[in-house]
Ligand binder design. Structure first.
Ligand SMILES: Nc1nc2c(ncn2[C@@H]2O[C@H](COP(=O)(O)OP(=O)(O)O)[C@@H](O)[C@H]2O)c(=O)[nH]1
Ligand SMILES: [Mg+2]
Length: 196
């Protein structure tokens, strides 16, 4: 009965699932983390956003995103059953420096990270990459191209971010289910290849 329910409404994890992996979805302010987890999660995503306060003045640069009035203070959370046997728990983690304690907690037990980058604001991704590397978490780069963004090739982005040759770099539209799923699959394959 339980498994029938699970397949019917997707609320419960299927009986066949053997592995649950904790994956971080990280990136600088307004790069698309909440959108990505909202697109991918099969359960209603948990969001903790609040109207930006004085604390974020000067840290969250709103000039690049007019109309954005909230910022994620803690995290987004979602779940995705990737195959019969593998379920991913997605944790969207803010990059702002004032959330260092959140990072300490979030990185514990994380298998890998998907780092979302905006090609127009690449320099803002360095601090995030430093944090992920500091915690020793393997990662893939998902290039979230916002409308009107000039085309940079993935090789140009790889060079600008000074990535290792094996680090996966993929295009990703966080609003699109297939595109977002492809980037997660790329990350999971990379993580698996490191285990072999
Ligand atoms: N064009 C485009 N806009 C996006 C994409 N992903 C997110 N957005 C928009 O960018 C803004 C910031 O996204 P959000 O998910 O809140 O960013 P977060 O701060 O990283 O959680 C929102 O208005 C989204 O609708 C994308 O892939 N392409
Ligand atoms: Mg957010």
């Amino acid at each position: 009965m339980g498994s029938r329910l699970a397949l019917d409404d997707g609320v419960y994890v299927r009986d066949s699932v053997q592995t649950a992996a904790k994956i971080l979805v990280v990136g600088h302010f307004a790069v698309g983390k909440t959108t990505f987890i909202g697109t991918m999660s099969e359960i209603p995503p948990l969001r903790t956003e609040e109207v930006m306060t004085q604390a974020s003045a000067g840290i969250d640069d709103l000039r690049a995103v007019p109309g954005k009035t909230t910022t994620t203070v803690a995290m987004d959370f979602g779940r995705l059953t990737l195959s019969e046997r593998l379920v991913l728990y997605l944790f969207g983690t803010p990059g702002q420096q004032r959330f260092v304690q959140v990072w300490e907690d979030m990185t514990r037990g994380a298998l890998g990270a998907l780092i979302l980058v905006d090609p127009q604001r690449l320099e803002e991704s360095f601090a995030i990459m430093d944090l992920v590397e500091h915690y020793g978490i393997p990662y893939a780069i998902a290039v979230n191209r916002f409308d009107g963004t000039p085309e940079h090739s993935l090789d140009e982005i790889r060079e600008a971010l000074d990535l290792l040759p094996e680090t996966p770099v993929i295009n990703c539209d966080a609003r699109d289910e297939k595109s977002s799923a492809d980037s997660l699959i790329t990350l999971v394959r990379y993580l698996q290849s490191r285990l072999n």
